[in-house]
Structures are given as C-alpha cells and as structure tokens.
Design a protein around this ligand. Sequence first.
Ligand code: AKG
Ligand code: FE2
Length: 264
Amino acid sequence: MSIDSKLATVGALDAEVLTALFAGTYIAVRVPNFYDAQYCKNLVEPLYEKIDNDAATGGIYESDIDSFWNVMNDEARRERYLDAALPVQHRMRAMSAPHPSPVDQLRLALDEAWPGGATLMTMAGRKMPFGITRLWRTGKEALPHQDLLWREVGPDQVPVELVGQLGVNIYLDTADEGGELETWDRYITDEEYEPLRETYPGSYGYARDLLPEESLLISPEVGDLIMVNTTRAHAVRKITGGRRMTVSGFVGNAGTDQPLRCWS
Ligand SMILES: O=C(O)CCC(=O)C(=O)O
Ligand SMILES: [Fe+2]
C-alpha cells in the first residue's frame, strides 16, 4: 500500500477523520482553504513586520512568542509564556479583524468536530498559549522529530493523561522552494526512545536510518490546515527559496469524551 493513502484530504474536520489520525490510520490530514487565502495575505504582512522588529533570532524558526518546549526549563521564560496565553489570542483577533482569527476558527472546528469538544491546555492551573506564529526563513529546516508533551516534561507535569498528540499548522505563507512537511509512518515508542534520550534531547534530530525509507511529502498551499500525528517522526525540509509563515500548535487527546487540549 502506498504511503499516499496515509494522507487524508478533507473539506472539513469531523470526529471520524480526527479519530483515524490519532489512531495512525492516517499520519496527516489536510484541509485545503481552511483559512481564506486573501485573509492569509492580509495577516502575513503585519506579522512579518512584527517578527522582523522584535523576535529573537537564531533558532530553528522565529516566533512571536516562545513555544512551551523553549521555556520548559527556565522559570522566568515560563512565566512570560503563560502570561501571554490570552494576549496572544486577543492580538490575533485584532490583527485578523474584520475577519475571524485563524486560531479561533481552528479551535471552533476542533470543538465542533470532537465529541468531548476542545479547550486550551493548562499547565500548573494556568491556560497555555495556542496558535503561535512561526516564521521560517531561507536556510531553515526542522530535522526529523516527534512532539510528545508527556515525554518532554514528564507525565506528572501534564494535568490530564494524553493518549495522542497532533501538530496543527495553518499556512499563511509558503516557501518558493523547499519547506515541505515530511512525515514517516514510524512511531518511536517511549520504550524505544528511553535509551536514545541523551542522543536526541527532546526527540529532535533523529538519524534518518532510524526511519523507513518511504516518507510522505506534503507541499503546503496558502490557507491549508495540515494536521500530523506527532507520535510519528516528521520534519520540515530545508527552505531553499523564500520564507514561510505558519500559525502553529499542538492538540492533545485525553479520550473521546474529554475536550481536546490545545497549546503551542
Ligand atoms: O511547519 C510545519 O510544517 C510543521 C512543523 C512541526 O514540526 C509541527 O508542527 O510539529
Ligand atoms: Fe513537529
């Protein structure tokens, strides 16, 4: 069976496709035109300006605020991150007006699709930011990795037991060349990861020989929502021309009757 059958392209989210993505029946789900392409254009210009003016540089990508992964081990940065939870929503709403915020649209789509609804993830009783913007410039890439909150912070730090995690990205702008999302049908389990922990801190930078030869390569289009099962190794191919901008987050599954938990 070709790996292409592991990608579902759908007009809208529903419980069935989300369940199949968590289960690994699909490793990626794409919703073309999830956010209107013209609204994307209206949003990227001020976002580029803002990030050019005040973001820290030098990481894998540049962002309006830190991701949880960046602040995990730094108390002051973690405070700043948690303080930004609601301001980041308000700012995205203000910048998108008079159109809906892409982050709100995503949260509502998840809430309506999932039996248990959707809500913001909390950490130590506080709401977490969701839907941060990420700018990926020419030359940047993300090496093969997994994103699993329980592995990154330890299961006792996560307020609910998660049985799955998705990476969700809305593409406001895409690279002229490169910048594809690549994903493998390979779940490196917690047991397999444990002896590799020192070699790949935060699951980042897996050697390609750990992974199957065959991968699913997706070239995002402006306005796409692409969701990946982040238990599967995935990467962002090097951007070789232009730059790309995403609204990015994670979605945790705590069970069908529980709200999906959203954070970045
Ligand atoms: O920017 C992308 O295409 C995917 C980034 C990623 O690794 C993720 O969302 O987990
Ligand atoms: Fe990722």
